[in-house]
Design a protein around this ligand. Structure first.
Ligand code: NDP
Length: 463
């Protein structure tokens, strides 16, 4: 008889956990996975997927406007928030079903329950108190939005999770933060016709991205009508007599709005999991500490995804799951490779980026060539839209290797995926130059920037 009930028990049914459970089950392992809320986790249920559906919804007003230049007369359009929410809910429920079924079809067992560690090989299924045992345990419990208890009136604020179920579209919103979530939602709400304020404590939105893109996006958002308040912070949120919110900031007049959204980072879900009892060590931010192979301080307990606070992105969690499978079930120890992770911000216009920003590259390389193209995408010409795209390649002047590729403009995320291959493969600018352009596209700029726009030597820009 087997020593344990399962070969693998996974706690958390998000992107990483489900992938690990499904693939392990497909290898013939005896697998169980527990999810306390809904299979699919943050990405599917209250993150990337519904967010992208909202992004699409918010882009239609501009499409309607642009259509006029192409000869179309579009009757006055109206928007129904409840329809969007209901359709989004249906799609999310469909995906949730697929996630759960994917594990079960491969022979895995699913529990709709919270699960907590009892000892290194035992897990309690909290809905019925049953204890099951497993040879290996994988923790993939993800994260949740940071709350902000120090902010007086924080109890009146909403978080990204709540946006997807707001009973009605607010007429005005103030958003705290300058990261992915704050910027994406600022564009979504503005696109849906909501008076939108973005309040960011730093000098420029989207720290960690290339400064050129950050500035350019900021200017474009302001030109569209988003109110961006940099180097500012909320000091107090209070309810007004008519049920709205007055958001007091360090600088300037208070904002009176219908909703205040706090998008100030995410916290790993590590509380009340039994980690302390079993001796699983945590990092400084409450994350689960893991080694390069995703192993925790306990030999047979592993952790992947946002709960480990490495790179908080869905594809990273999935990659970590696949590496875990290689290491644990295929006798092929594999470290997740978290270098040159391509990523997109679904702002409007979109950002797609991979590799080093100019500033980061300048710290590590003495001689850089910067290739930069700024242009109006063809679609915007007849539309009469003045929005401009930006493409930028950061190249090591000594080896000609493309260190970073950065795009702001329509479909930048799609382009970043393909550029990710080129940058990961350590291709050189000469490889880009040898590649035939696809015409007429915006992406052809990436292979037709023959001369550097400027050079950076020892951190200093030279023309
Ligand atoms: P981010 O880490 O991207 O941004 C957090 C923002 O909040 C920063 O601008 C930060 O400022 C600011 N901030 C932090 N603490 C405070 C505070 N006390 N008061 C005011 N501002 C504060 O987190 P997000 O919440 O936007 O997103 C979480 C993660 O989810 C991201 O890191 C990303 O990996 C992932 N994500 C990915 C998406 C995608 O791939 N498109 C979309 C959405 C989320 P500062 O810059 O000064 O630190």
């Amino acid at each position: 008889m087997a020593k344990f009930d399962y070969d693998l028990f996974v706690i958390g049914g998000g992107s990483g956990g489900v992938r690990a459970a499904r693939v392990a089950a497909s290898l013939g392992k005896r697998v169980a996975i527990a999810e306390e809320y809904r299979f699919g986790g943050t990405c599917v249920i209250r993150g990337c997927v519904p967010k992208k559906l909202f992004v699409y919804a918010s882009q239609f007003p501009e499409h309607f406007e642009d259509a006029a230049g192409y000869g179309w007369t579009v009757p006055e359009a109206s928007f129904n928030w409840s329809t969007l929410i209901a359709n989004k809910d249906r799609e999310i429920a469909r995906l949730e079903g697929l996630y759960q079924a994917g594990v079960e079809k491969n022979g895995g067992v699913t529990f709709k329950s919270r699960a907590t560690l009892v000892d290194a090989h035992s897990v309690r299924i909290e809905t019925d108190g049953r204890i099951v045992t497993a040879d290996q345990i994988l923790i993939a419990t993800g994260g949740r939005p940071h709350t902000h208890p120090a902010l007086p009136g924080h109890e009146f604020c909403i978080y990204s999770d709540g946006v997807f179920d707001l009973p009605e579209l607010p007429k005005s919103i103030a958003i705290a933060g300058g990261g992915y979530i704050a910027v994406e939602f600022a564009n979504v709400f503005h696109g849906l016709g909501v008076e939108t304020h973005l309040v960011y404590r730093g000098k420029e939105i989207l720290g960690r991205f290339d400064m050129d893109l950050r500035r350019h996006l900021h200017e474009t958002m302001v030109a569209k009508g988003v109110n961006i308040h940099c180097e500012n912070i909320f000091e107090q949120i209070e309810k007004t007599d008519d049920g709205r919110l007055r958001a007091h900031m360090k600088e300037g007049q208070p904002l009176v709005v219908d909703q205040v959204l706090l998008a100030i980072g995410r916290t790993p879900n590590t509380e009340n999991l039994g980690l302390e009892a079993v001796g699983v060590e945590k990092g400084k931010l409450g994350d689960i500490a893991v080694d390069e192979f995703s192993r925790t301080s306990i030999d047979n307990i592993w952790a992947i995804g946002d709960v480990t606070n490495r790179v908080q992105l869905t594809p990273v969690a999935i990659h970590e799951a696949m590496c875990f499978i290689e290491t644990v079930f295929k006798n092929n120890p594999t470290k997740p490779d978290l270098d040159e992770v391509a990523t997109a911000v679904f702002s409007q216009p979109e950002i797609g980026t991979v590799g080093l920003s100019e500033d980061e590259a300048a710290k590590r390389f003495t001689h850089l060539e910067i290739y930069r193209a700024e242009f109006r995408p063809m679609r915007n010409t007849l539309a009469g839209r003045n929005e401009r795209s930006l493409m930028k390649l950061v190249v090591d002047g000594s080896t000609r290797r493309v260190l970073g590729a950065h795009i702001l403009g329509p479909d930048a995320g799609e382009m970043a995926q393909l550029l990710g291959i080129a940058v990961k493969a350590r291709l050189t600018k000469d490889d880009f130059d040898r590649t035939m352009a696809v015409h007429p596209t915006a992406a052809e700029e990436l292979v037709t920037m023959y001369a550097p726009t400027y050079l950076v030597r020892d951190g200093q820009r030279v023309s």
